[in-house]
Design a binder for this molecule. Structure first.
Ligand code: UFG
Length: 327
């Protein structure tokens, strides 16, 4: 019998890629997803339990039925703007949801959790590249929910013996190179899919948010990391915890920054069509530059990103957007 891993939010973008990666190395991913933001077509590598993580009875029953060795916890709201407009919904879904999940894990005797954290826990960086010991100063409710979830898990470890790996992603991008799954948020706010939509004329002009940042070309710089590399880091984190590894927090990025204009150019090269864009005012809460140091993930997990070239990352996203049936 394959070792089961319970994946909350397994019908989402990073969750579905992680289910595929788990399955490829012999684990059985069991997706728990409310399907509020998830996609049925993204669940291909194991069963889907349609449940909200805040439903402790449904979750307790799921733990009893599947007896997972570990949880990977993706289920959360992610849009910064939404979190500013409606923080109650974010604290409820993200923070309360995590408490409910942890309660169900205790009842189900499951002591291991790999957790989707974010570069948003650092807020506006004091220096880049960012290391894990950089001060934690989130500047919006979304980032605060992620930090609170990390803190809750840190308190649970000595009290209840629950071990966690918090993975602080920088900018997830790209799609499974084999096709079939990719980034499909609704509404979409992320740069790469919006730029592709503009190039394909399925969306209007891309708005470039801010031209006067303190960066080489004046547009914001981000560390784009391929979703399949993120998926591999989750698999490595599960193995680390199952081998008795200690609770830890790790950055996941490539260490390379690309500006908004560089992404626009990469989309142009990938698709052979220009991205129509216009200059727009800065978006609230965007730091000029977010770039990770991931040497800790390398030493703790042996993780190294395979897709380090922005053109390859954007090409996989482009191919996915051409193939998607729901676009
Ligand atoms: N951008 C544009 N135009 C757009 C959309 C984005 O110019 O239409 C710019 C943004 O200003 C930013 C860059 O493209 O400089 C990337 O923006 P994304 O929205 O794709 O990603 P963010 O860097 O804002 O967000 C990511 C994650 C969040 C996380 C945040 C902070 O998606 O979940 O990093 O760590 F909170």
């Amino acid at each position: 019998e394959r070792t089961r891993i319970l994946v909350t939010g397994g019908a989402g973008y990073i969750g579905s890629h992680t289910c595929k990666a788990l399955s490829a190395v012999g684990f059985e991913p069991v997706t728990v997803d409310s399907m509020v933001r998830g996609h049925e077509w993204a669940v291909q590598w194991g069963p889907l339990v349609k449940a909200d993580i805040r439903d402790v009875d449904a979750m307790t029953a799921t733990f009893e039925k599947y007896r997972p060795a570990a949880v990977i916890h993706f289920a959360a709201f992610i849009e910064v703007g939404e979190s500013v407009a409606d923080p109650a919904t974010f604290y409820d879904n993200n923070v309360w949801g995590t408490l409910c999940l942890l309660r169900a894990m205790q009842r189900g005797n499951c002591p291991n959790i790999v957790f989707s954290s974010s570069a948003a826990v650092y807020g506006t960086p004091e220096q880049t590249p960012i290391r894990e010991d950089h001060p934690l100063n989130p500047i919006n409710p979304y980032g605060r929910t992620k930090l609170m979830m990390e803190q809750i898990m840190a308190d649970f470890d000595p009290a209840y013996g629950t071990h966690h790996v918090a993975l602080r992603y920088f900018n997830a991008a790209g799609a499974d190179p084999d096709g079939g799954i990719g980034e499909a948020h609704n509404p979409e706010t992320h740069l790469v899919p919006l730029a592709i939509g503009s190039a394909l004329k399925t969306r209007g002009h891309l708005k470039v948010f801010g031209q006067d940042y303190d960066t080489p070309d004046g547009t914001c710089v981000r560390d784009y990391v391929h979703v399949s590399d993120l998926a591999q880091a989750h698999v490595a984190s599960v193995r680390y915890l199952l081998d008795g590894g200690k609770s830890t927090a790790l950055n996941l990025g490539t260490g390379t920054g690309n500006s908004v204009l560089e992404i626009i150019e990469a989309v142009h090269r990938a698709g052979g069509v220009a991205v129509p864009y216009e200059n727009a005012v800065r978006r609230a809460g965007d730091p000029a530059r977010l770039v990770a140091t991931s040497t800790k993930a390398q030493s703790v997990l042996g993780w190294e990103p395979k897709y380090t070239d922005i053109d390859t990352i954007v090409q996989t996203a482009w191919r996915w957007h051409l193939s998607r049936k729901d676009a």
